[in-house]
Design a protein around this ligand. Structure first.
Ligand code: FAD
Length: 464
């Protein structure tokens, strides 16, 4: 589409939009056709020049329905976009067409004790701001809390700050319901509940446009932040395990870093003596001392503390020299590291509970020059383990693939972040009949084309 071969379809589509905001200037098209795929030296050259033909920004659900109906009639490809913070080109329009910017669909629909319903374009930080009055918050959020939307998190994300207590977005009960708009000349709104929410979860927006989401809420505790240092990664990892397992202490972040990482996090490095491993922690303020007792029991030292009021101001008002501490964990670690050393890249690893600390040690020693681990602790199904988005010294694609194969063979699960194809996303694939649901939600295969491996013959038959 981007080459103008479907100009007539686009003109018909545009003619149906009325007063709905639409942009086609080069700057907006570039900006809204990108995400953070450039973290990957493999994806960057593949996706850098992909562009939408139009960006449409509906302000209400009715406007969204008008946009989707017009695109379905004109058979124009659609790519849904939330905050555009995905890491694998999920929101990049491979075949041009229309990017639908959902960030204006950002209303709080309802809030009650333990549950909230929000429009899909609501940003996670703004949801938590709106929830303050009820003393509640989202159970967990990616480190991109400020930019990412709830719809983007459900359709493209996995876990984050809070996962040390509440697990991952695909775990049972983590999403109570989603409302999905089908892509047809007469679009329908479908409500999916229970395990059916998995039909759109982590489906990269290929299975309908999510309009509203109901999620469980947690009590908003006064989250204090701290940095603790340890003599090596093994000791810090043992602390991470013990602290996450200490169920009596309310916590929101347990992030453990190889000694080579703090120097890449410039604002934090003054608090970490050279050669020391680091733990980033969010803990309920009245229980800070209990956390510090566990640090001391592992020979660690707390080198930096920020009280809950200041931490809240850092997150919600951008105050203070140090960003909210979660913005140095999860995949923010890669972002900071890339600013210092653009030659690095990253992987996504998951360790099995029970053997995770042994396997961490195995990765550390086997790939000592190439992989720098940071461990994000999680509690899932009653057990504590960690995942990692390690920094990887990149040489060639062949070597990167060799490393991934060796990790898989060593029973460390790899989810390849260097592919934009949904079908190749490793352990992040969810257990749901997503292909069957696609036939219902997107019968003309217009959604995010190129992300699912759909045989060309099938698409051509549908197009006819
Ligand atoms: P987008 O990037 O806009 O979209 C993601 C996918 O969902 C796309 O395929 C898009 O088409 C689709 N989509 C978006 N909205 C809708 C909708 N309403 N209906 C249908 N499809 C839709 N991820 C984590 O899980 N945990 C982390 O801690 C984390 N840390 C990160 C740190 C950095 C620095 C970066 C760059 C990324 C990180 N990510 C992380 C990835 C990403 O930020 C999250 O997955 C985030 O939730 C994506 O939300 P978004 O609104 O930006 O989605």
């Amino acid at each position: 589409m981007a080459d103008g071969t479907h100009g007539a379809a686009l003109a018909a589509f545009r003619g149906a939009l009325g007063s709905i905001p639409v942009a086609d200037d080069a700057g907006t098209l570039r900006l809204m056709s990108r995400d953070f795929f450039w973290f990957s030296p493999i994806l960057k050259p593949l996706l850098d020049d992909k562009r939408a033909d139009l960006v449409v920004s509906p302000r209400t659900k009715d406007e969204l329905i008008t946009v989707v109906a017009a695109a379905a009639r004109a058979r124009v490809p659609i790519t849904a976009r939330g905050g555009g913070t995905g890491n694998y080109g999920q929101a990049v329009p491979l075949e041009g067409g229309v990017v639908i910017d959902l960030s204006r669909l950002d209303r709080v629909v309802s809030v009650a004790p333990g549950v909230g319903r929000f429009e899909a374009g609501a940003r996670l930080l703004e949801i938590d701001r709106a929830l303050m009055a009820s003393g509640q918050e989202l159970r967990f959020h990616p480190s991109t809390r400020k930019q990412a939307t709830l719809g983007g998190f459900v359709c493209g994300g996995a876990a984050g700050a809070g996962s040390c207590t509440y697990g991952q977005i695909s775990d049972p009960g983590a999403v109570i319901a989603v409302e999905v708009l089908t892509v047809e000349p007469e679009p329908r709104l479908l409500e999916l509940t229970g395990p059916d929410v998995l039909k759109v979860m982590h489906a990269y927006g290929c299975n309908g446009i999510v309009t509203e989401i109901t999620v469980p809420l947690a009590p908003a505790l006064p989250w204090a932040e701290a940095i603790a240092t340890f003599e090596d990664l093994t000791t810090a990892a043992r602390f991470g395990q013990a602290f996450t397992e200490a169920d009596g202490i309310a916590k929101k972040l347990v992030s453990i870093h190889d000694p080579r990482i703090p120097p890449l996090l410039r604002r934090l490095s003054p608090f970490v003596p050279a050669g020391h491993a680091m733990a980033l922690v969010m803990v309920s303020e009245p229980q800070r001392e209990a956390m510090e007792t566990i640090v001391a029991a592992h020979g660690g030292t707390v080198t930096w503390r920020r009280g809950a009021d200041d931490a809240r101001r850092a997150a919600f008002e951008g105050e203070g020299a140090i960003a909210p501490i979660y913005e140095y964990s999860w995949n923010h670690t890669t972002l900071h590291a890339l600013k210092v050393d653009p030659s690095i890249t990253y992987l996504q690893l998951r360790f099995q509970p029970g053997t995770n600390l042994d396997k961490v040690r195995w990765v550390e020693t086997t790939f000592s020059d190439e992989i720098w681990l940071h461990l994000e602790f999680q509690r899932r199904f009653g057990r504590v383990t960690c995942s990692s988005l390690p920094i990887v010294r990149y040489t060639t694609e062949a070597r990167l693939r060799q490393i991934m194969a060796a990790l898989d063979a060593g029973e460390v699960a790899v989810s390849d972040p260097h592919t934009y194809r949904l079908d190749h996303a490793g352990w992040k694939r969810v257990d749901a009949p997503q292909a069957d649901f696609k036939r219902i939600a997107d019968p003309f295969f217009l959604l995010n084309p190129g992300k699912l491996v759909v045989p060309d013959a099938v698409r051509q038959a549908v197009a006819r």
